[in-house]
Design a protein around this ligand. Structure first.
Ligand SMILES: [Zn+2]
Length: 493
């Protein structure tokens, strides 16, 4: 699933996006988790692994928490590795640890530990498991100050350990002046994972030590966005904003400000990009890094883009299933479903062709569709990841040309409406769905409404991706969600 992303003008991705071209995998790594490969989201459909997040001034990371005799344990060596030079040696039932200049001796099944020449008692016994020294999480507030030589703060219920003054504070205030929205200011830049579901927008902070405001429930006296709650659990903090309408988040102030606003409804004007600038041939042209802005009639209702193809195989989903094959199969199924509903459909490729991202967006933009749908497939996770582009609020205009990387800006409202409808359709079919906003190519380069769908297996493993039943469910959801957008477009004057 190699996607490229573009760097947004706004700040939040800047910590991850050092270049203009990143793979989706890299973006996901930034957006989701910096230091741990495990799934951490409290709203994840799959069973989550218990973990402890550690925040120091230099780094933040997570280690997994293992149950032992009904208590939570962590591997001490793993926990200390990111903080300084550390070695450990098992000798029979004893385990000797050296961290910087401190030495500690543990014994399997014993609570007594010798640290820097003196005895300390742990609340629960030390466990030596296949040469790995495990200590109870509750003992860290005793062990770590001795080993690190400084005080620490352990918040056991939320699985978070603060080693320095790393707390990130925030305030949230309703801004009633246009553009109206909930403005959340943070004391340092943040990069949360954002997910939306009906009535809620959740921001999950795993690698920032976001701490509770004065009250964990915030109310704003606003009908559209009445309240937000703060919670922290399993090594992550979460701010959940409740709303009567679909919401979206935008970032500014170098990642220190997140503004949550009602997602604009689809409107017919979002479809036609002003000003009219058709080229003499009547076709828009792709030229270098810019595209012409034009008002040509819609030739196709939908453009489907099965990602990868030809020499670019995409992810190896299994030994004999390449991503390029899976994406084409989903696209063909969707085309059939669109055409059943009388909607014209263009496939960016319907064979095994190699295409660049610029070629893909060029094909899509020339077709002037109502919507463009990019399809990826993944063997990891379950269900659907649904992406819309993260673009500046208004595209920069250079005369007849609009900036290639913000081509999507004029249509982003329609894209978000479409994504909301798609998510609702997937949910109806009980397919787990996460909605995400990311600065991804080629979404940013599409002049019409544009969404990207990454399909992971349902519950039955990778073979689901080749199952015609599952393909059909996905295709029906996509078509039903997009028909809803069309209904909105038609209903408006
Ligand atoms: Zn892909």
């Amino acid at each position: 699933m190699r996607w490229s992303s573009t760097r947004p003008r706004t700040g939040v991705w800047s910590t991850c996006n050092k270049t203009n071209s990143r793979t989706l995998d890299a973006v996901l790594a930034c957006a989701f988790i910096v230091s741990s490969a495990s799934a951490i989201f409290s709203f994840s459909a799959s069973a989550e692994e218990k973990q402890l997040s550690i925040y120091s001034s230099a780094t933040s990371y997570s280690v997994s928490v293992k149950p032992h005799d009904g208590q939570d344990y962590v591997a001490l060596l793993e926990l200390l590795q990111r903080l300084g030079p550390v070695t450990a040696k098992a000798d029979g039932s004893r385990w000797k640890l050296r961290f910087k200049n401190s030495e500690a001796q543990f014994e399997n099944g014993k609570t007594r530990v010798r640290i820097r020449g003196r005895d300390v008692n742990l609340p629960m016994s030390f466990v030596l498991d296949n040469g790995r020294g495990l200590v109870p999480v509750s003992a860290l507030s005793i062990l770590l100050p001795e080993l690190l030589g400084k005080p620490i703060t352990l918040h056991e219920p939320s699985g978070r350990l603060f080693l320095d003054n790393t707390a990130v504070h925030f305030t949230a205030q309703m801004n009633n002046a246009a553009p109206a929205g909930l403005v959340i200011n943070f004391s340092s830049p943040v990069n949360p994972m954002i997910a939306t579901e009906p009535g809620k927008l959740r921001m999950v902070f795993q690698h920032e030590a976001v701490v509770a405001p004065g009250s964990e429930i915030l109310t704003f006296g606003n009908k559209l966005i009445p309240s937000a709650t703060y919670s922290a659990t399993n090594g992550a903090a979460e701010i959940a904003v409740s709303a009567a309408v679909p919401l979206f988040a935008s970032f500014s102030n170098g990642g220190r400000t997140i503004t949550i606003s009602p997602a604009p409804q689809a409107s017919p004007t979002a479809q036609s990009v002003a000003p009219a600038a058709a080229t003499p041939s009547g076709q828009p042209q792709t030229a270098g890094n810019t595209i012409t802005n034009s008002n040509l009639p819609v030739h196709y209702f939908v453009v489907l883009d099965p990602s990868h193809g030809g020499s670019e195989r995409g992810a190896a989903l299994s030994d004999d299933l390449g991503e390029k094959t899976a994406t084409l199969n989903f696209a063909l199924r969707m085309r059939q479903e669109f055409e059943t509903h009388g909607l014209s459909t263009l496939l960016v490729r319907n064979g095994d062709e190699t295409l660049t991202l610029d070629q893909r967006s060029g094909i899509a933009n020339r077709a002037h569709p109502a919507i463009y749908v990019c399809i990826h497939a993944s063997s990891e996770g379950t269900g659907i990841r649904l992406y819309t582009a993260l673009v500046p609020a208004a595209g920069e205009s250079h005369g007849l040309f609009i900036d290639w990387n913000s081509a999507q800006a004029a249509s982003i409202d329609t894209s978000q409406s479409a994504a909301t409808n798609l998510a609702a359709e997937f949910s109806k079919r009980r397919i787990p769905t996460r909605s995400l906003v990311a600065p991804l190519r080629p979404l940013n380069n599409i002049t019409s409404a544009a969404v990207a769908i990454e399909v992971a297996p349902f519950t039955g493993g990778v073979s689901d991706l080749s199952s015609s039943g599952y393909q059909q469910q996905i295709a029906e959801s996509v078509v039903a969600g997009i028909l809803e957008v069309r209904a909105k477009l038609v209903a408006k004057p």
